[in-house]
Design a protein around this ligand. Sequence first.
Ligand code: ADP
Ligand code: MG
Length: 487
Amino acid sequence: MRVELSFNCHFSAESRYWKCACSGPYCLEKTCVGKVCFVTDYLSASEHPHRELGCFNGSILEQCSGKMDHLIMKCCEMDFCNGNHSMLLNVTKNTGLSMNELIPMTVIPSVLFIVVLFVFVAWVWKTKQQNRARSLARLNDFDDVDLIKTSIAGDSTLGEFLDEYCTTGSGSGLPFLVQRTVARQITLVECVGKGRYGEVWRGMWQGENVAVKIFSSRDEQSWFRETEIYNTVLLRHENILGFIASDMTSRNSSTQLWLITHYHDNGSLYDYLQRTTVDSVGCLKLAMSIIYGLVHLHVEIFGTQGKPAIAHRDLKSRNILVKANKQCCIADLGLAVMHSQNEDYLDIGTNPKVGTKRYMAPEVLDETIRTDSFESYKQTDMWAYGLVLWEICRRTIVNGIVEDYRPPFFDVVPHDPSFEDMKKVVCTDQQRPIIPNTWCTESILSALAKIMRECWFQNPSARLTALRIKKTINKLKSSQDQTKQDY
Ligand code: ADP
Ligand code: MG
């Protein structure tokens, strides 16, 4: 078999969305909506051509022009333009075995030659089959994956590999087939966390740590949503958890859903604050990195390399991770909603789950939230940001004084508060977390306390926006740096 490769990508600068035929595991109703439709043909382990159809919204150029053995991809722009391509792979049978053409039947000595040739070809074929069987066994009997394995193995690190596909700040992720291949080369090492939707494991991919979130099959919608958001949106940002791959497999009749991301040894901000205290510099660094991540989520970026605005809807210290450089990144996008002014759509997903009760804004608790307005969801994120800020500030040492770690509203609601418990405290009694007097004696903490209060207005539209807070914190940071220089 011989495979000819070619990549064909022409993109208009115009940024509009098309309906595309969709056949991947991420497709709903066999269609998807994207800036570009694609059709990918690849050869399975048994060299059978397979086809995957779908859409890209993110790293369009990278995904359509990536070069890979045994795989060909074409992209097009028009509704369902990817639906009726003929097979892209140019698969031609080798003519070496056409004995009738090679040797006339009448030439008797040639019969001997044919026999020798036949034995030789059979031997080559058998050796090839044995090699294939061995490499398939190594890959845990998974189909297809060995074809692209060689392209992504070798000496490259995960970072380099991702960079190859996702040029700085633009790529959303790897092509689906590569994601699948990466996923199936991971060894799970230890369970590092349990959330609402399943377990998070530390895994190894070619000697590097990765985090594997394993969703229980009943939480397929959360896996689907998180996968969809990471795959369709340009989310690469140092304060958003770095996405690597998503994979769905069917093993022993049960479905396994994996989401693979960068691994952060410090764990969640919640875990970190239990065991660590910070000074005002560290506090500002945590606060600043979270608001940078939140601004990147909230802001719509226009143009072909743009992104819709995203509201998180479950912001809390357990869904924020602390990186080795003590900056945070925002994780767990399973409940996020997307909005594009440019394309005039509001995508609130189909996940029936709502956020964490302890962090719910008053308008969510009393159900007055305007669910048809994207602004409302951003405003609930700002409420939650104020609470996270409060958790961080409690663990900040001021004049030698520091509070124990406590979750928001620890003093007024039980351990696992009900909706009604929270509603009474936040809506009826209009209580807010207590701000200790010591904070007012320190410039950073008193400025942050002011921000918190302005995140906790009952009226959602009165709350600060992420962009506003980013600017305020930037100023705080430069005045802090100035003071240090003056010293
Ligand atoms: P869920 O959707 O089930 O809430 P999360 O994504 O919030 O799952 O993860 C649950 C917990 O797993 C986190 O609170 C954190 O302790 C841990 N965790 C998640 N992702 C990572 C990661 N990339 N690196 C290290 N720990 C993680
Ligand atoms: Mg979570």
